[in-house]
Design a protein around this ligand. Structure first.
Ligand SMILES: Nc1nc2c(ncn2[C@@H]2O[C@H](COP(=O)(O)OP(=O)(O)O)[C@@H](O)[C@H]2O)c(=O)[nH]1
Ligand SMILES: [Mg+2]
Length: 214
């Protein structure tokens, strides 16, 4: 995975510093009325259950305890808010989707909440849509992308668990996805490849976050 440098040393350092800053769990919101003020840039992480969302957020922010905060029973169906850098940015862990055992009523509830959130959150800068490197795009991911396209929120695909695949395979998937994403109006053209386990791609993702916090 030899990328030509896309970020300046300064951008990488800005991202590193931001993500090494204080991060605290604020609240889990089951209703949009509970959301904190839209007074700062906001980013959100979305993905199918088990895609590696908690692991990636923890690895990015160098915090082991965060996952626990948002993995308490019930919390997994809420929008979990973290305050990054003492007021610099809201980081949101969106409820996982596509979980087979969830009832239809719960899916409908999730869809309604997410759609309202995506349409109404004015400070939302970008959604990171996590995709498992071993699986690629699955039907629930395509549904999520359709929802993001109609909400006109920029989303960037982030491949997770890259350590479980050969570099050539991950790169081929990245290329295919980037071609597919050209047809999606709200999609960011670059797909990021990450491994929460090995740390691959984390400095670059932190640099993106640092730029979004400006
Ligand atoms: N090999 C590998 N496994 C990972 C990675 N990230 C997550 N996992 C594993 O994938 C499973 C789901 O991870 P989790 O972060 O809880 O997913 P979530 O449901 O999306 O929050 C766990 O067993 C993790 O240990 C990674 O980068 N590499
Ligand atoms: Mg999780």
């Amino acid at each position: 995975m030899t990328d030509t440098p896309e970020f300046s040393d300064e951008a990488l350092e800005t991202g590193r510093k931001l993500c090494a800053g204080q991060v605290t769990f604020l609240l889990g919101a089951a209703d949009l009325r509970q959301l904190p003020e839209a007074d700062r840039p906001e980013i959100a992480f979305a993905g199918r259950s088990n895609v590696g969302k908690s692991s990636l957020i923890n690895a990015l922010l160098n915090r082991k305890g965060l996952a626990r905060a948002s993995a308490e029973p019930g919390r997994t169906r809420e929008l979990n808010y973290f305050d990054l850098g003492e007021g610099r940015m809201w980081v949101v862990d969106l409820p996982g989707f596509g979980y087979a055992k969830v009832s239809r009523t719960q899916v409908e509830k999730w869809t309604k909440l997410t759609r309202k959130y995506l349409r109404g959150r004015v400070n939302l800068r970008r959604i990171f849509l996590l995709i498992d490197s071993r699986r690629g795009l699955m039907p629930p991911d395509l549904e999520m992308m359709a929802m993001l396209d109609t909400s006109a929120v920029t989303y960037q695909v982030v491949l997770t668990k890259a350590d479980k695949m050969k570099t050539t395979e991950v790169e081929a998937l990245r290329e295919t996805l980037q071609a597919t994403l050209k047809k999606h109006p709200a999609a960011h053209p670059i797909v990021r490849v990450t491994s929460a386990e090995k740390g691959h791609g984390l400095p670059e993702l932190r640099a993106e976050i640092g730029m979004l916090a400006q």
